[in-house]
Design a protein around this ligand. Sequence first.
Ligand code: NI
Length: 291
Amino acid sequence: MDCIINRRAQFSASHRYWLPELSEAENRERFGRCANAPGHGHNYELIVSMAGQLDEFGMVLNLSDIKHDIKREVTGQLDFSYLNDVWPEFSQTLPTTENIAKVVWERLESHLPLVQIRLYEHAELWADYYGNGNEVYFSIGTHFNAARRLAIPGASDDENERIYGKGARPYGHGHNYHLEVTVKGEMDDRTGMSVDLGALLDLVGDRVEEVFDHTFLNYDIPYFAEGIVPTHENFALRIRDILEAPIAELGATLHKLKLIESAGTACEVFGTQVAEPFPQTVAQRRVVAAG
Ligand code: NI
């Protein structure tokens, strides 16, 4: 039986987005505040996922060995470092979240049976790497609030309550929505970026947050006012339709949206071009192929 086990580790490090072959103005235009000297720092959170069969002691791997491997090969070297100088890989390709995830994979793969590396720069920005060349999954999170009522126009209150329960109460209810947007892209060998982060943040800010925040979906948003019931499934699919084309214009692919409406309820939808929704299946195939 295959099990996937996760180990979490943390490190704090600084970095600067600066390419010496570009002028000061070009660096500023491309990287904005991230080009500021001497740099800035993050408290990174690293999740290392590994897979394998259970041994005679009921473990995939000895947790103490994993902990020491990660510390010796990664966090012990990166913690309290200036990333641009600490590893030669980061002079070749800037230490972006995506590239750090990739290089961590490369440094650990001969020691541990990796299936996924996830690196959080902070709670609302992270990268996932699965060992496939320069292919990375990059995610941002955002919040907005909206009210809604779940009711089929023209149906009676009793009928709507039978279908949607408390969601059909006549004066509506509200949610603090949390949205996670994951795009898939090819990381640039020099900048370490898979998508223009500023452009992606602007896109989600302008087309989703600004549009839906502090609205009553059923009345303020024409799509729902026309009679589409704003369930979180319909809402997630609507956001996908809004974001997919402009994300493609940024040179990336919308992979997944996760719309979290409460601590207990979330909906995930995948981009229309996604043939293989769960990249973990890629990782699991590697495990099977490796025997
Ligand atoms: Ni940074």
